[in-house]
Design a protein around this ligand. Structure first.
Ligand code: PLP
Length: 354
């Protein structure tokens, strides 16, 4: 072994869902939105001045930041934006988790959390979810260096009430508590009303799911001004110009169309209810989702088998090889037509194997 190999920061990277590039597939594996962004985004995109691409973008992304502060009724300085919420979360870990005590997040949750903890050398512990995949607030009432909770949680799709999260906040006033609300628009309960009371609360959101803009890479955090300033200082010590001109303008434009946004959410929530019922008819156990995906296992057929058979039929869902959730599939809610095709494929698979 070469000497220099000892000094490499070795990590096991996060594995994102496949992004197959063919057009004839049904992609239900990374929780993207099946509908396009708002017409306001198209309009703004058409009028973008390509000439201006020769200049650096606004390092503070003020147009987007100000629109978000207004949209959520916050004060100036309470929003931080980044290149997807992965960028925002990663920076939050780097900025806030510098204790020798372990940070806490559930054993079954967004699988990027342990990866950031590893890469930044943050000790961590993972209290197990209960047998129904619920977070147990009491588990977070011990000494720690910070707390991260996805609410609703992924890949379980289950949400916690604001009062349960409040319990966790009350028990953890000396550390930063991050609530990752990537899916909250699909029926979860936001902790936004708690922001005034807890100066250690950071809420993280994304444009990738509910706003149909995963390709633009826009995420943001909301918190008290000191937290936002601390994140900004760290960001500016790494890369001042993270948001492209396009993501700044188009992210702002998306907020100007509440009606389109609400309609889009309604369609997905309706299709979710339809799909849940249809899966249950076919012998699936489905968790009660507050997200744009369903987490389901068949009562007889293995998760791996169903995943592979669907894949052969060009239908991509997500399957995790990890201990507790091996029998489950995570199925993104697509359009009604996409779900019908997925259900028809399941009928075919079940018919062949019986
Ligand atoms: C999708 C997702 C993210 C990351 O989204 P970005 O595309 O990086 O904004 C963060 N947290 C959870 C729980 C997610 O499911």
């Amino acid at each position: 072994m070469n000497q220099w190999e000892n000094n490499i920061r070795k990590v096991t990277p996060y594995v994102p869902g496949e992004q197959p590039q063919e057009n004839d597939i049904i992609k239900l594996n990374t929780n993207e939105n099946p509908y396009p962004p708002s017409p306001k985004v198209y309009e703004r995109h058409r009028t973008m001045e390509v000439d201006r691409f020769s200049l650096y973008p606004d390092p503070s992304a003020s147009e987007l930041v100000e629109k978000l502060e207004e949209y959520y009724g916050l004060e100036k300085g309470q929003v931080f934006v980044g290149v997807g919420s992965d960028d925002v979360l990663s920076l939050a870990f780097l900025t806030f988790f510098n204790s020798k005590k372990p940070i806490l997040f559930p054993d079954v949750t967004y699988s990027f959390y342990p990866v950031w903890a590893e890469v930044y050398r943050i000790p961590y512990e993972c209290p197990p979810l209960d047998e129904n995949f619920r977070i147990i607030p009491k588990d977070y009432e011990r000494e720690n260096g910070g707390v991260v909770i996805a609410n609703p949680n992924a890949p379980t799709s289950l949400g916690m009430s604001i009062s349960e999260i409040e319990k966790i906040l009350l028990a953890n006033q000396d550390v930063i508590v991050i609530i990752d609300e990537a899916y909250v628009d699909f029926g979860g309960e936001t902790v936004l009303p708690l922001l005034d009371r807890f100066e250690n609360l950071l809420i993280v959101r994304t444009y990738s799911k509910s706003r149909s803009m995963a390709g633009m890479r826009i995420g943001f955090a909301m918190g008290n001004k000191r937290l936002i300033q601390a994140m900004t200082d760290v960001k500016e010590s790494i890369n001042s110009y993270t948001m492209t001109m396009e993501s700044i303008c188009l992210g702002a434009a998306s907020l100007e169309d509440e009606e389109y946004f609400q309609n889009n959410l309604r369609k997905i929530i309706d299709t979710r209810a339809y799909t849940e019922k249809e899966l249950e008819k076919r012998g699936f156990f489905v968790l009660n989702s507050q997200t744009n995906f369903l987490f389901a296992r068949h009562r007889e057929m293995s998760g791996q088998f169903l995943f592979e058979e669907l894949r052969k039929r060009k239908i991509f869902v997500r399957h995790f090889q990890t201990e507790r959730i091996r029998e489950y599939l995570r199925i993104t809610i697509g359009t009604k037509e996409q779900m019908e095709k997925m259900l028809a494929a399941l009928d075919e698979i079940m018919c062949e194997s019986c």
